[in-house]
Design a protein around this ligand. Structure first.
Ligand code: PLP
Length: 400
């Protein structure tokens, strides 16, 4: 049967131990054994269905991991305490001292800082490139390169990676293609396009209620087993483990992701079209003017649209700040980082989520002072939202 990410989530059935329609939560950090031998076998990873200690795995974490693996179409998945817990574990697992990474230059500021400032301490160097140019990506590959890293839709510039093209390059040069799909869950399925590892910050759209941080690594059984290995697994040893209570609550939210993504995308598309017509510098993958609009169309699961993220360049940081403060006052959304909430969230990435990137590099990649990143909410009446936004922009002379 054709791969259908939301169906794959829906078709999984988990029941609680008393027949509850949600699985019971495993509220324990450690587990008893009837025999010492089974405990030993479990430690060695040879006793299926037995649990030892909750940093290894828990029933609740496995349920959530299975559902996310089904969504991405990978063999399995491991949930982590945060998106950064997923990213850092994967990269530390795949790279040894002396190895090299080729990464998109427009990525989340925390990931950029990790690659630029932290991994060099372990002699892992990164070349940051324009990921939309496959020839530039290939030219940056050296005999030491182990990983190609990108975001399917990048934070904050909304550049779109040609995942299938990158997967071909990765195969040719024997590299692992690692894709952070945080901005485009359900819309893009990177593993189906050839990515080896798919990561999400669950903190964002997938959980959708801005009440927790969380992450996931989706990949092959062999890779996830490596990450969990008690002797040298990065998830096991670095300890970015999700708590079971959180895993249970994220699983419940995941079940409405398909409906939320449709609404985020519908609202994003509506606002992007209107704002662009008004003459504002608007970036949204669903606009024909987006340089990778056609590419996105070839990759997307159509039903879920082009996502809820858009950017507007209003010319200066002063104007951006004034607009965000006024929109917050009008209850159009919140001046806050993060994304995927029911309410619209906005921030100026140059001075917030991407501030780890030096100013000269921000300029070079096109991250301007006046850029506002919007995570469009689930507004029931987006026409009214647009009218109110317009009023704010008129008041500040951003629009006539
Ligand atoms: N990846 C992307 C694209 C992000 O935007 C973020 C956070 O903003 C992360 C990863 C990190 O996730 P977390 O904050 O859950 O550690």
């Amino acid at each position: 049967m054709a791969f259908k990410p939301a169906n794959n989530i829906q078709d999984l059935q988990y029941f609680g131990e008393f027949g509850g329609v949600n699985p019971s939560i495993s509220d324990s950090s450690t587990y008893t054994f009837l025999s010492a031998k089974t405990m030993f076998d479990t430690f060695e990873g040879n006793a299926d269905g037995c649990y030892l200690y909750s940093r290894h795995s828990t029933p609740s974490n496995l349920y959530l991991g299975q559902a996310l693996a089904a969504m991405e179409g990978t063999e399995t998945a491991n949930v982590t305490a945060s998106g950064m817990g997923a990213i850092t574990s994967v990269l530390m697992q795949l790279c040894d001292a002396g190895d090299h990474i080729v990464s998109s230059r427009t990525i989340y500021g925390g990931t950029y800082a990790f690659l630029k400032n932290f991994t060099p301490r372990f002699k892992i160097e990164t070349s940051f490139v324009d990921i939309t140019k496959l020839d530039v990506v290939e030219a940056a590959i050296t005999p030491k390169t182990k990983v190609l890293y990108c975001e399917s839709v990048s934070n904050p510039l909304l550049e779109v990676a040609d995942v299938a093209g990158l997967a071909k390059l990765a195969k040719k040069h024997n590299l692992k293609l690692v894709v952070d799909n945080t901005f485009s869950p359900l819309s893009i399925s990177p593993a189906q396009l050839g990515a080896d590892v798919v990561i999400h910050s669950l903190t964002k759209f997938i959980n959708g209620s801005s009440d927790t941080v969380g992450g996931v690594i989706c990949g092959t059984q062999a890779f996830i087993d490596d990450l969990r290995n008690v002797n040298d697994g990065a998830c096991m040893l670095l300890g970015a483990t999700m708590d079971s209570l959180r895993a249970a609550s994220i699983l419940k939210n995941l079940r409405t992701l398909h409906i939320r993504m449709q609404q985020h995308s519908m609202n994003g598309q509506y606002l992007a079209e209107k704002l662009e017509k008004d003459g504002l510098k608007t970036v949204y993958p669903g606009l024909a003017s987006h340089p990778s609009h056609e590419l996105f169309k070839t990759m997307m699961n159509k039903k879920y649209g082009f996502g809820g993220m858009l950017t507007l360049d209003v010319g200066s940081l002063e104007k951006a700040n004034a607009l965000m403060e006024l929109m917050q006052k009008q209850n159009l959304g919140y001046l806050a980082v993060s994304l995927g909430f029911y309410k619209t969230l906005f921030s100026a990435p140059g001075s917030s989520t991407s501030s780890e990137i030096p100013i000269e590099e921000q300029k070079e990649m096109g991250l301007s002072d006046g850029l506002i990143r919007f995570s469009i909410g689930l507004d029931a009446d987006i026409e009214r939202t647009y009218d109110m936004m317009r009023e704010c922009m008129k008041e500040l002379n951003i629009l006539e």
